[in-house]
Design a protein around this ligand. Sequence first.
Ligand SMILES: [Zn+2]
Length: 435
Amino acid sequence: MADLTSPELTARIHRGAREIGGSCVELRSGDATIILDLGTPLTSRPGQLTPLPQAIGLGAGGTAPLGVFITHGHQDHWGLVPQLPPGIPLFVGQGAANVLRAAQFWGTGVDLGETGHLTHLGPVRLGPFTVTPYLPDHSGYDAYSLLVEAGGRRLFYTGDLRGHGRKAAMFDRLLAGPPAPVHALLMEGTSFRAAQLPGAGPSAQKTPTPVPTEADLENSIAETMRGTDGLVVVLASAQNIDRLVTVYRSALRAERDLVVDLYTADVAAATGRASIPRPGPDWPRVHVHVPLRQRVRVKDSGEFGRVARVREHRLYAEQLRSRRSGLVLFGAYQSEIPRLLREGLLEGGAVVWSMWDGYLHEASGLRLQAALRGADVPLVHHHTSGHASTQDLAQLVAALHPRVVVPIHTDAPDEYAAAIGPLVQARADGVWWPV
Ligand SMILES: [Zn+2]
């Protein structure tokens, strides 16, 4: 610990200094520590166990951290939580935690067993630390940035954020009324692209094309719906609540009703927000069509209440056929596409890809593309990133006015440093530095 030059507040990144995913940061003040995020690396394969980071009281010996703070519900930020020793307090947004609990049945979530909930500007005090959450804008539901203060030093950790989603106003509010002072800004840099990566040449860095906003997507998806005679299927992450709202609004503009799968319906209900579309008496234009894979899962579990709850809102294949020009399916329907094709339900229809393009290069994505090509059904791309554009990140640095900027959640730290400028001080994984 000879490099603990500041006893007031020191930090070390355990993972993320040169990688997107698996984020974990340890903060120390005197003998006390806290952990910000505890994610699984994106490179880890299903079933592969990633050990806990060598943090004090976790992978290494010593006293357990006073608390673990999870910024949002993406697995690259919470994936190692189930390995935590018992008794360590955990904090996360209530909406984020409830969405993950709802997703657990569908194999993509977890019960974090949280101790307390993060709320916008509601400080959490643990020993020498005061942690104040800021609700920014991100594709992950109920995501927070965290301002951590101890011994008179302040670090602002962005978590994952963006400025072009449905809560862009929150990002603007952060720019307009930033916390001050901020000594160190620990800022995500997902959108920086290394020059050698395909599709991201240096010229793309110099003249960046504007990132589409969720509002832009609402227009373009509505246009695709209007230009399609048959059924439209939007393939998207069920946990991308911003996108659910976007597609619902597109559907109304194109005079179509929205049809969601059971997983998406569960997640929408778990947000606890009346403004999120979901099957129920308040949403006459939202229906449920249950994919075969989900029917099997419900049957195997014996939890038949899951389908009974949405009985009045269900649409079956016959109704998809007879009403296909007035419907749009949204959510986890990728496994249903072969059946929809076989039964002719996509004749004159279209499939919208509303996720990261990288998934299309995986085996399932390649199969999907081949099946649609074979049936002459168009695959239309309408997506925007869950992460801030490089311009928005530069704006954030200007607004927060930190003494130093430390990159995290980036696989292009050199491009990050070149774009943000001399404030950037890259810190390697595992090395302590003073805030
Ligand atoms: Zn992330």
